[in-house]
Design a protein around this ligand. Structure first.
Ligand code: NAD
Ligand code: IPM
Ligand code: MN
Length: 350
């Protein structure tokens, strides 16, 4: 059979730095020839050079890979040469929407010995190990909105959150199914006390799917209260399911409380397999530390593990997770460069 083919979009800022380490670890666990890796020149540089974000021909070619590994895209907030959102919407969100990545899977686990602001709340035997199932193709990200009387004192700007019964049900169902392979608990996070239309739909669908899973415990939290428990008692969570924007926000917080955003991996999944799924760190291009070998590549490395798992290569995925686990548990206060971290994890796999 042909080798599986991976599209690599290293992107901007720390993206290429962390992706290099992800690929180093991939080669260490699977062998350098196990995958065909095709690099795509996409992101800020390409846009500045050619004015192109993601041409249709490249979309078509991306669709033919078995998976996509992405670093990060996006300019520094102060970079006025690149309009805000052009890369995020035109590249990242375009891929998530076009490839129907309706499950954005974002696991968090606090490894022993990892520094966390939660330290006072971490108790023996109360494991912090949860996963956010973030809806990836709807909500406030749908691009449904506009502006009236732009630039005047009477300007009105709207972004309308799109929530379809079809879209909500499939992601809620995924969350319940996923919980049956874990600790059998799903928490819906929304804000149905204010967002009565969308929240009402999520709540009704959540309850009807829950009825099919009597062995799964359910819980509900409004998003604001969810951030409290994420910061004070994340051990209460197993699977959380939520919409696109709430899921974006709560997963940065989840990363921060479980050892830092540099450890948080994610998968944008198309469970049907009709399109390639895409794996990427939760973090962005981190312009404040880019080019300095300061970024933690662990999130990118764990994203490679999620990619291998998705491709059915469980054993290699588990070996990476074990190597990462051993590495981060022994980190203490040592300061290492991005490539030193990748080297150390790769060495454990050799
Ligand atoms: P960010 O995640 O890039 O950075 C937030 C903070 O976390 C910064 O202080 C950064 O230095 C730190 N950080 C991030 N990754 C780290 C790592 N691996 N190791 C150590 N520290 C790390 O978020 P931001 O500053 O809001 O966004 C910067 C740019 O990235 C923006 O253009 C944004 O749109 C884009 N972005 C892209 C993605 C993506 O491509 N998936 C995700 C988030 C943000
Ligand atoms: C993420 C990012 C993206 C999002 C942006 C860059 C479009 O923050 O992957 O979490 O909001 O989904
Ligand atoms: Mn985000």
């Amino acid at each position: 059979a042909d080798r599986p083919s991976i599209a690599v979009i290293a992107g901007d800022g720390i993206g290429p730095e962390v992706v290099a380490e992800g690929l180093k670890v991939l080669d260490a666990v699977a062998g350098a020839d196990a995958f065909d890796k095709v690099h795509y020149d996409l992101g800020a540089d390409r846009w500045l050079r050619t004015g192109e974000v993601l041409p249709e021909s490249e979309m078509e070619s991306l669709a033919r890979h078995d998976a996509i590994l992405l670093g990060a895209v996006g300019a520094a907030p102060g970079d006025t040469r690149i309009p805000s959102g052009i890369l995020e919407r035109g590249l990242l969100l375009k891929l998530r929407f076009a490839f129907d990545h309706y499950v954005n899977l974002r696991p968090s686990k606090l490894f022993p010995g990892v520094p966390t602001p939660l330290a006072p709340h971490v108790t023996e035997g109360k494991e912090i190990d949860f996963v956010v199932v973030r809806e990836g193709t709807e909500g406030l990200y749908a691009g449904n909105g506009g502006k009236l009387r732009a630039g005047t004192v009477h300007e009105v700007a709207t972004e309308v959150s799109v929530n379809t019964a079809y879209g909500v049900e499939r992601v809620v169902r995924f969350a319940f199914e996923h919980a049956t392979k874990r600790r059998h608990k799903v928490t819906l996070v929304h804000k149905h006390n204010v967002l009565v239309n969308a929240g009402g739909l999520w709540r009704r669908i959540f309850e009807s799917v829950a009825a099919e899973y009597p062995q799964v415990e359910t819980d509900y939290l409004h998003i604001d209260a969810a951030t409290i428990f994420m910061a004070t008692d994340p051990a209460r969570f197993d699977v959380l399911v939520t919409d696109n924007l709430f899921g974006d926000i709560i997963t940065d917080l989840a990363g921060a409380v479980t050892g830092g955003i540099g450890l948080a991996a994610s998968g944008n999944l198309n469970p049907s397999g009709a399109f390639p799924s895409m794996f990427e760190p939760v973090h962005g291009s981190a312009p404040d530390i880019a080019g300095q070998q300061k970024a933690d590549p662990t999130a990118a490395i764990l994203s490679v593990a999620m990619m291998l798992e998705h491709l059915g290569r469980r054993d290699e995925a588990a070996r990476i997770v074990a190597a990462v686990n051993a590495d981060i548990t022994g980190r203490g206060d040592q300061v290492r460069t991005t490539s030193e971290v990748g080297d150390a994890i790769a060495a454990r796999l050799a």
